[in-house]
Ligand binder design. Structure first.
Ligand code: HEC
Length: 173
């Protein structure tokens, strides 16, 4: 009987060792192996490549696998997004509530680029800009010589939560 107990304990140990090994392997692969949706530029619809490792928060991971922005309606995220909206001068061109100023309003429901009614489309526009006066705001794209300048994906999702908080649409429809 004793032997069976010992054997059982040993098997349990072996099983434990294996499963934690598997977990470590899959966690290591996760950053590069997540199934990313295809993003395209607003300029001409060509593929928009962004390093998977930049999608480093739960919200950013959810966005890049589903195209949905989980921050919509989240008060904390909206507050954070308002700060980004001011810090990156969106406010100067688009107005304090994204209602429009020298640049078009961002609250919809109709947009200059129809795709901005969706959070995926608006993410692409904010990240990579347009041909008509909207500069790219994505990390490393604002100033080619300053790779640390620009919004991280998580910031874009928060700024979008702020924009949509002034809007009648959520963009996740
Ligand atoms: C220097 C002025 C300027 C700043 C700063 C600016 N934008 Fe814009 N934005 C524009 C202009 C001009 C357009 C219209 C572009 C066009 O017609 O192609 C635009 C268009 C957009 C659109 C598409 C609107 C539509 O109707 O399709 C979005 C979304 C947007 N901007 C978001 C932002 C966000 C978010 C920020 C801050 C991170 C920002 N913009 C900062 C000038 C600006």
């Amino acid at each position: 009987m004793k032997n069976y107990v010992l054997l059982g304990a040993m098997l349990a140990l072996v099983a434990c060792g294996q499963s934690s090994g598997d977990k470590a392997a899959s966690a290591g692969a996760a950053a590069s192996d997540i199934k990313m949706i295809d993003l395209v530029t607003t300029q001409d619809g060509s593929p928009l490549k962004i390093d998977a490792a930049l999608f480093d928060t739960p919200a950013a991971k959810e966005f890049i696998t589903t195209g949905k922005n989980p921050y919509i309606g989240n008060e904390e995220a909206i507050k954070g997004g308002k700060k980004v909206f001011n810090l990156y001068s969106c406010v100067a061109c688009h107005g304090g509530h994204a209602e429009g100023a020298v640049a078009p309003g961002l609250i919809g429901p109709s947009f200059k680029y129809a795709k901005n009614a969706t959070n995926k489309g608006m993410f692409e526009t904010i990240w990579h800009g347009t041909n008509g006066g909207m500069g790219a705001k994505g990390l490393g794209l604002m100033q080619p010589d300053t790779p640390t300048e620009g919004l991280r994906p998580d910031d874009v999702l928060k700024v979008q939560a702020f924009i949509r908080s002034n809007s009648t649409i959520t963009g996740n429809e």
